[in-house]
Design a protein around this ligand. Structure first.
Ligand SMILES: C[S@@+](CC[C@H](N)C(=O)[O-])C[C@H]1O[C@@H](n2cnc3c(N)ncnc32)[C@H](O)[C@@H]1O
Length: 195
């Protein structure tokens, strides 16, 4: 994806900073080959504003998108009209509940694991921790997992505990998507590559 396309997609109201998302796309996602950047799982869809970035990759590379949110009613219907040929699945529920995890597992069992996991659901420390414990197994080895709002203390605390407890295995320590990510109050896209 190029920068012009990202700017164009900004019209869907993502709860993001363009500079940060561009850092992740340009420095990480664009560098992966098509077969390793096609299937995506996003926790925390809200209006669908960030989903379009990932759906663009899924569509260009022949993959599928799974979006999970506890409040499906806010999702903007027009977002998906731009992706008529893409396989899009929504799981509506609390990410920490057994039945929600099972629904995602059934999809993953049928379709295969994902290349990219974007975590932007509930930002309480315990939930971030549980979301990784429960959904990290659905990410392929070598896949990318990224946390939004890493600069919020509860998210950072959860990531520290996940690292301390060896819940996540990664080939390099967590990295900010851009220098800019470090300086934005209460945001920050932080990513790992799964080992
Ligand atoms: C910050 S918003 C996501 C923003 C979106 N990724 C974007 O950039 O446009 C967080 C979303 O997480 C959802 N959420 C909060 N707690 C959740 C939970 N326990 N399970 C699933 N989704 C949850 C909220 O309903 C909300 O839509």
């Amino acid at each position: 994806m190029n920068r012009e396309r990202l700017t164009y997609l900004w019209k869907y109201y993502p709860n993001q900073r363009e500079e940060e998302v561009w850092g992740l796309i340009d420095n990480v996602l664009n560098k992966r080959d098509k077969d390793n950047m096609k299937n995506v799982l996003e926790i925390g869809v809200e209006l669908g504003g960030s989903s379009v970035f990932w759906k663009d990759f899924c569509m260009s590379n022949g993959g599928f998108y799974i979006g999970l949110d506890i409040e499906p009613n806010r999702r903007l219907k027009e977002v998906d009209l731009a992706y008529p040929d893409l396989e899009i699945y929504y799981v509506d529920g609390d990410s920490t509940k057994k039945e929600t995890i099972l629904e995602v597992k059934e999809l993953i069992d049928a379709k295969g694991k994902v290349d990219f996991l974007f975590l932007d659901g509930d930002h309480a420390s315990e939930t971030v921790y549980l979301d990784v414990v429960n959904y990290y197994p659905f990410l392929k080895e070598g896949g990318v997992f990224a946390f939004h709002d890493y600069l919020e203390p509860p998210v950072q605390e959860a990531v520290d505990i996940l690292k301390r407890d060896n819940i996540i295995s990664y080939s390099s320590d967590g990295l900010f998507a851009t220098e800019y990510s470090k300086s934005v109050d209460n945001m920050g896209i932080y990513y790992f590559i799964k080992e």
